[in-house]
Design a protein around this ligand. Sequence first.
Ligand SMILES: NC(=O)c1ccc[n+]([C@@H]2O[C@H](COP(=O)([O-])OP(=O)(O)OC[C@H]3O[C@@H](n4cnc5c(N)ncnc54)[C@H](OP(=O)(O)O)[C@@H]3O)[C@@H](O)[C@H]2O)c1
Length: 385
Amino acid sequence: MTKQIAILGSTGSIGKNALRVIDSLGPEYKIVALSAHSKVELLAEQARRYKPKFVAITNSDYAEQLREFLGDLDIEILVGPEGLIEIAELQEMDILLTAVVGAAGLPAVLAAGRKGKRLAIANKEPLVIAGELLRKEIEKNGGVILPVDSEHSAVFQAMQSGSKEQVNKIILTASGGPFRQATAEDILNVTLEQALAHPVWDMGPKITIDSATMMNKAFEIIEARWLFDISVEKIEVLIHPESIVHSIVEFVDGSMIAQLGEPDMCLPIQYALTYPERVAGIARALRLEEIGTLTFEKPNLQTFRALSLGYEVARTGGTAPVVFNAANEAAVEGFLASRIKFVNIVEIIENCLNRHNVKPTVSLEDVLEADAWARREVTELACSV
Ligand SMILES: NC(=O)c1ccc[n+]([C@@H]2O[C@H](COP(=O)([O-])OP(=O)(O)OC[C@H]3O[C@@H](n4cnc5c(N)ncnc54)[C@H](OP(=O)(O)O)[C@@H]3O)[C@@H](O)[C@H]2O)c1
């Protein structure tokens, strides 16, 4: 049976990989909608090739240009952030793959949850800031949420070996990023170029910086907490520089079930699209004899303060994760624009958290308010570094 897929963020790293996966899956998989923020030429190119019914451009400055590019095609053009919500609610869509970056994906993800859609979620930030709200919507409306993040896809696959009650712990693996062996002193003078040079994964700039600070792993702890409805105490992180074991679930009998594969996002993307089926795909199968050795080590919480903050924030809950995420988005933007130093990113986030009065339970309004507050705070804190 035909599956109609919508991709939010089709011009990004995950979005482009998803289109490659869909090409390989054959004519049964059709594109019903695509979106981009500002890469208007690439979006137009994708639209010409896949002929979706809808395209959305969230940065309205590029709307006119997109209309010119696509004027001869029968494609409805949606403009602004609301376009993502319209796509998320499409009646004819079978799977929504969310691959936009940051909290900007939240309204669409929640809209899909309210409509009981099948959600393949790469965009982790909405889960970090509103995981509980999203879970409730999905449960209430009979939706399905399938992780695309490689670690969470691995956990999801391993979880199928037992029941949730039989899980002792989840071990999220982390490559350690470019500064795995760096000392706190080394980190002081890291350049943008160094921070963007991830040793294993080829990803968009924001998540690459998040991997270098290990904020990404901190987010993944919170993401796992909500995706699998599991307490933070049962989530561990292990550094695994080869990035072959994508994560592990330890069951009460002591069995550890892991998922292994090449570090290639095509595999978890494909699994989220074809689940519960497994089909031959474009990801290269692993040759363990070529890898030889797999290593694991405990993370250094002194060098990677982000990770210990992540645990604290996950335990605190309420609006703390919202501030944690928004402060990070604003600080990373500052670092990418060379306004602050690498080392300032986590310092600013910590300062921002210290200034925040946490609200224990969160509504969508609380999320939006705390998010806006944290972004303003970061502007102020960044001026003083
Ligand atoms: N890349 C990976 O391997 C990977 C792995 C696991 C999880 N993830 C998660 O997947 C998400 C996407 O990551 P990525 O690396 O693919 O990011 P990316 O390459 O930066 O792509 C982001 C996508 O979102 C769009 N976008 C940017 N700002 C937006 C906004 N304000 N509103 C709506 N759309 C916006 C971009 O459009 P333009 O291209 O037009 O700017 C692009 O299509 C992130 O949440 C990330 O944490 C990524």
